[in-house]
Design a protein around this ligand. Sequence first.
Ligand code: SF4
Ligand code: SF4
Length: 119
Amino acid sequence: MGSFKIGGIVLSSAFKRPSTRLYPTVPRKWQDNTRGHVEIDPEQCILCGICSKKCPADALTVDKAARTWTIDRMSCVQCRSCVESCPKQCLVMKNEYTSPNVKKVIDTVNIPEKVKKEE
Ligand code: SF4
Ligand code: SF4
């Protein structure tokens, strides 16, 4: 009786679609709320440094003098603290992960000077 049952399972499995994906031919679709990686809109950033102070992983560096915003991708734990604390809402959590890498990935973004609007 047991072997009939096993045979049935084997047969039905042979005609089922596989439970796994043919990666990388079939890429994975991320969920909308997947915490993938942080991105900045440099046009909105005022270099206040709040994001770097709130980062529990010490992954962010804001250099006011050099006008740069830097993220250490491998230290970031995708907690969203920076996104939630930015007063200009210029940080977003994208749902795609960055590519795997054996080297430390540090991204530096130049923040442009703001041109004062004439009243
Ligand atoms: S998501 Fe969290 S760990 Fe990553 S940079 Fe922002 S505050 Fe730091
Ligand atoms: S990203 Fe936001 S919190 Fe961070 S320095 Fe720029 S304006 Fe300030």
